[in-house]
Design a protein. Structure first.
Length: 269
């Protein structure tokens, strides 16, 4: 489905965000990237869609080869790759359906995108909203929805692309436990039904164990664990988080809380 070969990312100042990494992601697999903040999870995830350029190495897909080979190849890869972001990246003043239809833009040329969505695209958008249980909110402004509902709109937007791959960067970090579980359950169910591969970055060990087919533990820009969640031992968690299991769990729970607090402080400043 997708392979990473000796991938490295070094930021200005010599900061190594990702050390030489080689991985293969299989079709229909639900993979969780697990690790603390700053481990390199987001960098790896964004490399898979060309949002962060590799310093060395390459990302390849069977149909296209190296995704960085040309702008045309990268555009085709992105059209087949849905993205789900932590902060949703939705347009608040637009309806849920209008936001979902943004997922169809990668399949249109520049001229066609200036016209109203086609009937077939509108049907795809409504179908995607129905799959995340939000059909009744299709014409509701997104900024009137809850955080969990907004993230489900984000998933519907990705699904409307008809992707082969979905990349989700900390999709539940700002959600309460019940909403987080529902969002991940919906995402995994859709991916399994459609044969979509998914790579999801998370802090939460319990969610990784509950939903992942495969866990890739990342620390300091390196892969330190790669296997089934049932194989994830206390020693593995200590390698990933640099702490005993109980401390790792507390860190995983505290990171999203701290992030929500920072977001609230900015919004109320």
């Amino acid at each position: 489905m997708l392979s990473v070969e000796k991938l490295e990312v070094t930021y200005p100042g010599g900061i190594k965000a990702l050390r030489p990494t080689t991985l293969t992601f299989r079709k229909g697999e639900f993979v969780v990237l697990l690790g603390p903040s700053g481990a390199g999870k987001s960098t790896l995830l964004r490399c898979l869609n060309g949002l962060v350029p590799a310093t060395n190495g390459r990302v390849s897909v069977p149909e296209l080869g190296d995704i960085a080979a040309s702008r045309t190849v990268l555009r085709r890869h992105r059209a087949a790759t849905g993205m789900v972001f932590q902060q949703h990246h939705l347009i608040g003043r637009l309806s849920a359906l209008a936001n979902v239809l943004m997922g169809r833009l990668g399949h249109q040329n520049a001229l066609r995108s200036l016209w109203p969505p086609s009937r077939s695209d509108q049907h795809l958008g409504l179908e995607a909203l129905e799959r995340v249980d939000l059909l009744d909110r299709a014409v509701t402004r997104v900024d009137l929805l809850s955080g969990g509902q907004q993230q489900r709109v984000g998933i519907a937007r990705a699904v409307a692309q008809r992707p082969r791959l979905i990349l989700a960067d900390e999709p539940v970090a700002s959600l309460d436990p019940a909403a987080a579980t529902r969002v991940l359950d919906l995402l995994r169910s859709i991916c399994r039904a459609d044969g979509i591969s998914a790579v999801v970055s998370l802090h939460q060990v319990d969610l990784a164990r509950q939903f992942a087919d495969r866990v890739i533990g990342v620390r300091g820009g390196e892969v330190v664990f790669d296997g089934a969640p049932a194989r994830l031992s206390d020693c593995d968690l200590e390698r990933i988080y640099g702490a005993r299991p109980a401390e790792a769990l507390n860190d995983a729970l505290e990171a999203p809380r701290a992030r929500r607090g920072a977001i609230y402080a900015v919004q109320t400043a």
